[in-house]
Design a protein. Structure first.
Length: 241
């Protein structure tokens, strides 16, 4: 089943064409990666899907309903969750508090929100840090907390924006395992990531943005061999490897 459809989506800021006629379909249960150089338009595209920016033109369809121009809080209730590249938890509050805030997207009852937040923390193996202040978490745990806050909204589609940036190799491997485990629970992923070994290991398909245009789409093995992608982003050394 097609969960997310983007039909010729464009986003312009004055004369800057950040995204130009981008089309993509994401099937339920997939992990789809979005890669490209810095400034390629990846986060702008995510912001269009998440309702932060209305697209200049084109259509975005989620679960058969057109959603372009809808507000982020409406999309959250519809089942679209997201993380942010720069992690900004409520630093002075506990880990449990941070995740409980996310759970209020699906319930107005404090007890129910806290119970679901604790379940999410167990899923992400953060339950032993529930009472710790978010400011005291290591970077890897802050990244997990960012996913936990989004997961608490009970998304069907989760947009991940560079959740592995700044992590050590062993922490990247742990995050890959977390995302795979969450996919098994029925969540579909659309992710931006620069750590190529993680993108290649996780993604069923990868789309490549370059100066706002999609220059390639396919299975990880196809993308790794695509000359346009090698020249624009991966580099000749990656292609030779």
């Amino acid at each position: 089943m097609t969960l997310l459809e983007l039909h010729r989506v464009s986003k312009h800021f004055g004369g800057i064409r950040a995204v130009e006629e981008f089309s993509l379909e994401v099937q339920a249960g997939e992990i789809v990666g979005l890669i490209g150089p810095n400034g390629a338009g990846k986060s702008t595209l995510f912001n269009c899907v998440a309702g932060v920016f209305p697209p200049t033109s084109g259509e975005i369809v989620f679960q058969g309903r057109r959603i372009d121009g809808r507000k982020p809080w409406d999309l959250c209730r519809m089942g679209i969750g997201r993380t942010f590249q720069i992690v900004k938890p409520f630093a002075s509050r506990t880990v449990l508090y941070n995740v409980t805030v996310g759970a209020f997207a699906v319930t107005s009852r404090l007890g129910e929100a806290e119970r679901w937040a604790l379940e999410v923390l167990r899923l992400l193996r953060l339950e032993d840090k529930a009472d710790m202040r978010a400011a005291n978490l290591a970077i890897a745990d802050r990244k997990r907390l960012e996913i936990a806050r989004a997961l608490a909204t009970r998304p069907r589609l989760l947009l991940l924006d560079e959740v592995m940036a700044g992590l050590r190799p062993t922490e990247v491997d742990e995050m890959v395992a977390v995302i795979r485990r969450l996919r098994e629970s029925g969540i579909t992923f659309f992710l931006i990531e620069h750590i190529m070994r993680a993108v290649m290991a996780l993604s069923d398909r990868i789309a490549v943005l370059h100066f706002g245009h999609k220059i390639a789409e396919g299975a990880p093995q196809e993308i790794a061999r695509d000359e346009r992608v090698i020249k624009a982003y991966l580099g000749e050394d990656y292609g030779a490897a």
